[in-house]
Design a protein around this ligand. Structure first.
Ligand SMILES: Cc1ncc(COP(=O)(O)O)c(C=O)c1O
Length: 378
């Protein structure tokens, strides 16, 4: 019996050819033709003007926030329910992260988010940026968020680390903010083993972030620096891997969506089991990149909790995971300001992320479904 992973990298001969080409070209460096082409191809795919390939999504968020002006004495509003890397860069910049709770789909509660900003601005806090997260591959509600932030003159950074290929109203995830961020970490919908990208229509923002990401070297022959720099660029070899993955992205997206359909067909009618992000009839799985399919259990209806479900899956060598533990409940952020409505905590306590990788076969998914049905008493 082979182990079934949550979201394993899906790599084929296509990627091998790209990486071999990079190796043979002699461009074994954090720059080169594959880096340039990778940035260009991503811009074209997402409909954004400028892109900067980086060593991680975290690095991209760090540069985005720094460019927008996050610094000591300012605050950045961040969804509480996310992976910690959304919040780390706020702290790297010396700014204060302020957390806001979720709606039922786990994405940020736009009403609470905007109310929170109003409260902070009334109190005289400089809210220098707001970060949205397209959680588990489903876009936040930009129809409400974008005008709300514009009215309050707060720039948006879109953390689309989990959401490449998702859309909202026909627009691609990572294209909604003043800056957008992607991750190509090994567990994401496409990977460079580790990597990320910063996207923006603002040429100056990307040009300056590019300069900071390459050790802030002044354009002279000797090493001259007037600002603190970073070593954040993506290597040409990894950009080649990224181009191979990008060439297969539509195929991988289609498979993740098929996997979602298999789960929904088998478990959609089980009382007390809800699929995260499928409640709004106006939005479909075609807009979601289906990075992770997650279920939420109603403890008053289902006799088991997420721990039992995860334990039953683990006993069959199947990986699953709780939903992200909200940042306002993390020991490292104890005492941080938060606008809370209880939803993210409830989702954390009742949700399970299921194996969703595009390399999984129908047989693998049937194995997962079999364990789930048994555990849920079906
Ligand atoms: C929502 C979110 N933001 C940021 C990141 C950070 O990306 P990276 O691992 O590429 O630094 C991740 C995932 O790793 C993520 O899930």
């Amino acid at each position: 019996m082979t182990r079934i992973h949550l979201s394993k990298a899906d790599v084929t001969g296509v990627e091998q050819d790209y990486v071999l080409d990079a190796m043979r070209s002699g461009w074994i460096a954090p720059l080169g033709p594959h880096v340039d082409a990778f940035e260009q191809e991503m811009c074209e795919r997402l409909g954004v003007q400028h892109a900067l390939a980086l060593s991680s999504g975290t690095a991209a968020l760090h540069l985005a926030l720094q460019e927008i002006g996050a610094r000591p004495g300012t605050a950045v509003v961040v969804p509480s329910m996310t992976f910690a890397a959304t919040a780390w860069p706020v702290v790297y910049c010396g700014a204060e992260p302020i957390f806001v709770d979720s709606g039922d789909d786990a994405n940020l509660d736009v009403g609470l988010f905007l109310e929170g900003i109003d409260t902070l601005q009334r109190e005289g806090t400089t809210v220098v940026a707001a970060v949205s997260v397209d959680l588990f591959g489903r876009s936040a509600d930009y129809d409400a968020l974008v005008p709300g932030l514009a009215e309050r003159e707060v720039p948006l950074v879109e953390d689309a680390a989990e959401a490449l290929g998702a859309t909202f109203g026909g627009r691609q995830a990572a294209s909604f903010g003043r800056a957008g961020v992607l991750s190509f970490n090994g567990n994401k919908i496409m990977t460079t083993s580790g990597g990320g990208m910063l996207l923006s229509d603002d040429k100056h923002l990307i040009d300056h972030a590019r300069y900071l990401s390459t050790q802030a070297r002044q354009p002279v022959d000797y090493y001259e620096h007037t600002e603190i720099g970073y070593n954040y660029r993506l290597s040409n070899l990894l950009a080649a891997l990224g181009r191979g993955q990008l060439a297969r992205l539509d195929e991988m997206l289609a498979r993740r969506r098929e996997i979602r359909q298999l789960y929904v067909a088998a478990l959609g009618d089980v009382p007390g089991v809800r699929f995260l992000g499928r409640d709004d009839p106006a939005r479909s799985d075609a807009e979601d990149n289906c990075w992770l399919t997650c279920i939420v259990l109603d403890p008053t209806v289902v006799g088991v909790g997420p721990e039992q479900v995860m334990a039953a899956l683990a006993a069959e060598d199947i990986e699953s995971r709780p939903l992200w533990k909200p940042m306002h409940l993390q020991p490292v952020f104890a005492g941080a300001r938060a606008f809370v409505n209880g939803t993210s905590q409830r989702l954390f306590e009742t949700g399970v992320a299921l194996p969703s990788g595009s390399g999984l076969t129908d047989g693998d998914i049937e194995r997962v479904i079999g364990v789930l049905k048994e555990t849920l008493g079906q």
